[in-house]
Design a protein around this ligand. Structure first.
Ligand SMILES: Cc1cc2nc3c(=O)[nH]c(=O)nc-3n(C[C@H](O)[C@H](O)[C@H](O)COP(=O)(O)OP(=O)(O)OC[C@H]3O[C@@H](n4cnc5c(N)ncnc54)[C@H](O)[C@@H]3O)c2cc1C
Length: 548
């Protein structure tokens, strides 16, 4: 389909009021609410935007459909009170837990998805994470692809997201074909005594790989409002800034904002998706395309496939395996505040320091325990919504004197932990019972001792519950066997000929480090296969005379 067909149906006009750099490629549907194109990508987060970037030079007419709008750039981006106290940017609907109790999930619907708020820590999964791993409470399954197959795409993704890091310092890091594209950040001086104390305890603390535009000519000022906040100066390597925006400048990639896709319609034989139907500002919208790529996030992609159940796919689109929505993982995670009431923590950019000494089983820990990294600086407005009974001055005193850590351990995929769509209530439903907690509790114990030894007599911990699902994954796992997986090894749906899923749904296991780089690397890997098959399709469709 040519570019003419998209301009026939859609106006290539900037949204009124859009900032210049955000105006490129923004489309609106025609008067009947239709858009025709080659490829529809649903969701503009890490998976969707990275995939769009990979297609930018193919000549294919691509429309990225995003339910949210552009995140406003305003001074409140950097206000803890606005972002956390008032929840200024929270825009997710409520979901249900297994007892039908409503909760507000920790997801954000904007152009760029959750990466607009992410902490921009972009480690690779470890080589062992791609194999089977024995954990304290079960087995983490092997992936159908190896680390060696992912490595070139990790390297590409690190370039795209401008990852700053240093090889050879993380004791669990996988091999790499080249250095990091940018030098590692340095620890804020306030973190150095802690780092030294950790070394004295025999640990090997290191600097986390970070996707920030820091250094000569870069806009990053290493502020204290990165993790959990939007970046006012757009120096965080989020999916909008790093991947989508450059893709939108090429003229064949387009963005449709404020459009919630509710249904995918299939052909009569059920083998291909023909239309994506949704609503935009209360009006019906229909997108017709040859190929459809889902990137709504693990929970929303599964929900959309369930909502699209039809005669040919009665259990949900692409769910002949019965595995759709299952194997929902989210990490076991704990926030830790280590407090020395005598010492003010003057840190700005706190998130650099990390420990992976207990990531794999060793003589010190029989089973893998997980990763320890810093949180962005915790402030009083983050505590008050969780502890409304605590006077603000007390929270302020604690957070002014705390060093803040984030502990993550692998949770294991199970049939019971799953996402469904409750049609009667019109809501997403999440069944979640944390597992592999033995490992997580072991990690909490070990790091609590390290922090006490470092001179923090008070260690406060809070394990995150069902609403903290920023590391959600699983729900449409990839695999070789169509009876036990939803996607094939290239993330095409087994049951459909023209549908792919490139968000974190494909993860067969969750590993214990941050997921976003793996989502991006996988999107690049899948796009390569997708492009090759596109060329094949075009060649096959051309009359023989044109092939000479
Ligand atoms: C506060 C916070 C901190 C984090 N820190 C880190 C970190 O430091 N490192 C890291 O690796 N990860 C981090 N993460 C997690 C990371 O952001 C996610 O893993 C990643 O963004 C997931 O990518 P995705 O493509 O699967 O989904 P998302 O990025 O969530 O994108 C999904 C997109 O789809 C859109 N959408 C959903 N449903 C529909 C629909 N029906 N129609 C149209 N559009 C739809 C959504 O609005 C969204 O834009 C953090 C997350 C949060 C919230």
């Amino acid at each position: 389909m040519s570019d003419a067909s998209i301009s026939h149906h859609a106006e290539l006009n900037p949204q009124p009021g859009a900032r210049d750099q955000r105006a490129f490629g923004v489309v609106t549907p025609d008067a009947d609410g239709n858009i025709d194109c080659d490829v529809v990508i649903i969701g503009s987060g890490m998976g969707g935007s990275t995939f769009a970037h990979a297609l930018r030079d193919t000549g294919l007419n691509v429309v990225v459909v995003e339910r949210g709008d552009f995140l406003p750039r305003e001074i409140q981006n950097w206000s803890a009170e606005a972002v956390f106290g008032q929840g200024r940017y929270r825009n997710a609907e409520r979901w249900l837990d297994q007892s039908n109790q409503a909760f507000t999930p920790g997801v954000f619907y904007y152009v760029g998805g959750n990466t607009k708020f992410y902490g921009a820590m972009l480690p690779r999964f470890r080589e062992a994470d791609f194999g089977e791993i024995q954990h304290a409470e079960g087995v983490s399954p092997a992936w159908p692809i190896t680390y060696a197959e992912m490595e070139p795409w990790y390297a590409e993704a690190e370039k795209l997201y401008r990852v700053h890091g240093q090889a050879g310092v993380d004791p669990s890091e996988p091999w790499r074909s080249g250095p990091f594209p940018h030098p590692a950040l340095e620890h804020d001086p306030a973190l150095v005594p802690l780092e030294q104390s950790m070394r004295r305890s025999g640990l090997k603390p290191f600097v986390m790989p970070a996707a920030v535009d820091y250094g000569e000519g870069g806009g990053c000022v290493l502020c204290s409002t990165c993790d959990g906040y939007p970046c006012l100066v757009e120096a965080k390597g989020d999916a909008e800034v790093s991947a989508l925006r450059p893709a939108l400048r090429n003229g064949t990639t387009h963005l449709l904002t404020r459009t919630l896709i509710n249904q995918l319609v299939t052909s009569a034989d059920g083998r291909t998706i023909t239309e994506a139907r949704g609503t935009r500002d209360g009006r019906a919208v229909t997108l017709r395309a040859k190929r459809f790529v889902l990137a709504c996030g693990a929970v929303n992609s599964a929900a959309l496939l369930f909502k699209s159940a039809n005669e040919q796919h009665p259990q949900g689109l692409g769910n002949s395996s019965g595995q759709l929505g299952r194997n929902y993982m989210v990490h076991n995670s704990t926030f830790m505040l280590a407090v020395d009431p005598r010492r003010l923590n003057k840190v700005m950019f706190q998130k650099t320091l990390a420990i992976n000494d207990w990531y794999s089983a060793s003589a010190n820990n029989l089973f893998p325990l997980g990763n320890v990294q810093m949180l962005g600086k915790i402030r009083e407005p983050m505590i008050t919504p969780m502890r409304p009974w605590l006077p603000k001055f007390a929270s302020r005193y604690v957070t002014d004197h705390s060093v803040d850590l984030y502990l993550t351990s692998e949770d294991l995929p199970t049939q019971e932990n799953r996402v469904t769509y409750d049609k009667a209530r019109g809501a997403i439903k999440v069944y979640w019972q944390p597992n592999n907690l033995t490992a997580h509790k072991g990690l909490v114990r070990k790091i609590s001792k390290v922090m006490r030894d470092a001179g923090y007599p008070i260690v406060l911990t809070e394990r995150m519950g069902i609403a903290t699902n920023s590391h959600q994954c699983g729900t449409a796992v990839m695999g070789k066997d169509p009876q036990s997986s939803v996607l094939d090894v290239n993330c095409k749906m087994h049951d459909l000929d023209n549908a792919w899923v490139v968000d974190s749904s494909f993860f067969p296991s969750s590993a214990a480090v941050n997921p976003a780089l793996t989502i991006a690397a996988n999107a690049l890997r899948v796009a390569e296969v997708f492009k090759a098959s596109g060329i094949l399709t075009r060649l096959l469709q051309q009359p023989l005379a044109q092939l000479k």
